[in-house]
Design a binder for this molecule. Structure first.
Ligand SMILES: Nc1ncnc2c1ncn2[C@@H]1O[C@H](COP(=O)(O)OP(=O)(O)OP(=O)(O)O)[C@@H](O)[C@H]1O
Ligand SMILES: [Mg+2]
Length: 252
């Protein structure tokens, strides 16, 4: 589904270069749920942004469905790949109703059965028709994130990139949204790449995960490795220890 080979991302700000991703490679199979973890600033979000064409890629290549991605992502790309961001407050326009948020991608892609698709999308994320004409400030954080999930899924993408999709939410709401994402993945055979600093979230949601540090891949673990705490590097062991709430016996 997705192959990243030797990815390099370098930000240049005021004559200073920041190498946010250095020679990173990973491969995600169709239907897999793949996690990326690492300390703050390790380059996790930058990898997702690079896939979407939103980061300055200075080397390597990204292959989607067997084809290297062109420099610019076109509308067709967003039929296949969608992203959910961390902060549901920031990712929804304050003056756009839920209806407008969900209509926009459909309009861009030229769908004409918009009413039916919006109704179905709201239903699928557990928000009924009553939410359709509400504004973001009339929704709870969890409801907003459900709208963001509906927006991502309304075009029926195959690959969904999730950047800390629940870290802005309360623990109980977090579990609800994670369960929703998990259910939708199974129902639709979606492929996920999920970034989280929370190893409990990743071990609940992901089949495999990549540990990143300073823009590089440190090691790759399976869920079983993670649950057995079978990390091979000190860095990952420290992450495991530091991950508050990491209790293999109390999965969300
Ligand atoms: N637009 C930008 N311009 C300059 N530097 C950037 C930019 N975006 C990210 N960086 C730098 O790239 C590095 C990786 O950032 P990134 O946001 O990918 O980290 P992260 O692993 O997602 O961290 P967090 O867990 O805090 O979200 C950081 O050093 C950051 O300061
Ligand atoms: Mg980030």
């Amino acid at each position: 589904m997705l192959e990243i080979e030797n990815l390099e991302v370098t930000f240049s700000a005021r004559g200073q270069d920041v190498q946010a991703v250095r020679g990173l490679s990973l491969a995600v199979a169709p239907g897999e749920s793949y996690g990326i973890v690492g300390e703050s600033g390790s380059g996790k979000s930058t990898v997702l942004r690079a896939i979407c064409g939103l980061a300055p890629v200075t080397g390597g290549q990204i292959v989607l469905g067997g084809r290297p991605l062109p420099r610019r992502r076109d509308a067709a790309f967003y039929r296949h790949v969608q992203m959910v961001f961390q902060d549901p407050y920031a990712s929804l326009h304050p003056r756009h109703t839920v209806d407008a948020v969900l209509s926009e991608p459909l309009a861009i892609q030229g769908f004409d059965d918009r009413d039916a698709r919006i109704a179905r999308a709201l239903d699928e994320v557990g928000l009924g028709a009553g939410f359709r004409f509400r504004y973001p400030h009339q929704l709870s954080g969890g409801q907003r994130q459900r709208v963001a999930v509906a927006r991502a899924l309304i075009l029926e993408p195959e690959l969904v990139l999730l950047d800390e999709p629940t870290s802005a939410l309360d623990a109980s709401i977090q579990a609800e949204v994670l369960n929703l994402l998990d259910r939708l993945r199974h129902e639709r055979g979606l492929t996920y790449v999920l970034v989280s600093h929370d190893l409990a979230v990743v071990s609940h949601m992901c089949d495999r995960l990549l540990v990143m540090q300073h823009g590089q891949a440190v090691e790759e673990l399976t869920r079983a490795d993670l649950r057995a705490r079978a990390a091979t590097t000190d860095y990952t062991r420290r992450l495991l220890e530091a991950s508050e709430g990491y209790r293999p016996e109390t999965q969300p």
